[in-house]
Ligand binder design. Structure first.
Ligand SMILES: [Zn+2]
Length: 301
């Protein structure tokens, strides 16, 4: 058995608030302790994976996608970041294969995507996650599953001399992931925080929609920079309150090497410290007054 890990698909592409049919609700209510009404859940759809060669030179043929379609039913999707509580998980209640007529995947197959529809109950605890999904910030999903066999696309052997990535008769040699045996929890990838360089490679190798992909990445990088600036500004602001003796420029260069996550954490920590420090201000005022009194006394002598 082999783990197929970290497959990053296109991810969330649609969130809708209404339009859940009775049939949809029936599917959702298979996973709930009591029957929910459509107004009590938030639903969205996402692309889990497709039959194209991924950045590791592997792909799921349609036959494997069929099996994955069954295996992902009922699985949860978590938000793999500290910003949202770990107990918030969306559950996949419906899966489907969607063909893209006119677009080909490797091996002569029509491009086929495994689409999942998931729901979250609308509670106080899921508000944040729903807002994040709605905002379109969670654009990617990391999916993992186990497959029984991984074979060469040319000779269908598990061990052979064919080198993935090399061309043979105009087709890139790759590995086929066959007989999926299990699907695991998937996780959302927040766009500004973690932008895998592998995504670029993946698009580049496929050589399709490259310009569009670059533009999207460029845009996301800009987004990331803006996000970083705002996090840095937060750290500097609260640091100035908590440790006013530390020059802003020193602090600025100190945080330059931090990851987005560390910056975020630091901002939160300083914010808490600043909130604790602020009530001290009124107590400082009399102290200053006393100093002035002392100064006056000194003058009196
Ligand atoms: Zn081979």
């Amino acid at each position: 058995m082999r783990m197929q890990e970290g497959y990053v698909a296109e991810g969330i592409r649609e969130a809708w608030e209404q339009g859940l049919t009775a049939a949809d609700m029936e599917k959702i209510n298979r996973y709930t302790r009591r029957a929910f009404g459509p107004e009590e859940v938030f639903a969205f759809s996402m692309v889990l994976c497709d039959n194209r060669v991924d950045r590791d030179g592997e792909r799921f043929p349609v036959e494997s996608l069929q099996k994955l379609r069954e295996l992902f039913l009922g699985k949860t999707c978590i938000f793999g970041h500290q910003q949202v509580g770990a107990n918030q998980a969306a559950r996949i209640f419906d899966t489907a294969l969607e063909e893209e007529p006119g677009q080909e995947a490797e091996g002569g197959e029509t491009l086929t995507r495994l689409i999942a529809r998931a729901y979250l109950p609308r509670t106080k605890g899921t508000e944040e996650m729903i807002a994040l999904i709605d905002s379109g910030m969670l654009k990617e999903v990391s999916v993992s599953c186990a497959v029984a066999r991984r074979v060469c696309s040319v000779c269908e052997q598990e061990q052979c001399g064919h080198v993935p990535g090399e061309e043979l008769n105009g087709q890139a040699i790759h590995r086929l992931l066959l007989e999926p045996t299990d699907a695991y929890e998937c996780s959302f990838v927040a766009v500004p925080a973690q932008k895998g360089a592998g995504v670029v490679k993946r698009y580049a190798r496929q050589g399709e929609g490259l310009k569009k992909a670059w533009q999207a990445l460029e845009q996301e990088a800009q987004w990331g920079r803006k996000y970083r600036e705002s996090l840095t500004e937060k750290v500097l602001k609260y640091s100035a309150l908590v440790q006013p003796e530390l020059p802003r420029e020193v602090m600025k260069s100190a945080v330059r090497g931090l990851s987005m996550e560390e910056l975020d954490m630091m901002g939160r920590t300083y914010e808490k410290l600043a909130q604790k420090a602020l009530p001290l201000r009124p107590q400082l005022a009399p102290e200053r007054a006393r100093v002035r009194e002392d100064e006056n006394k000194a003058f009196q002598i």
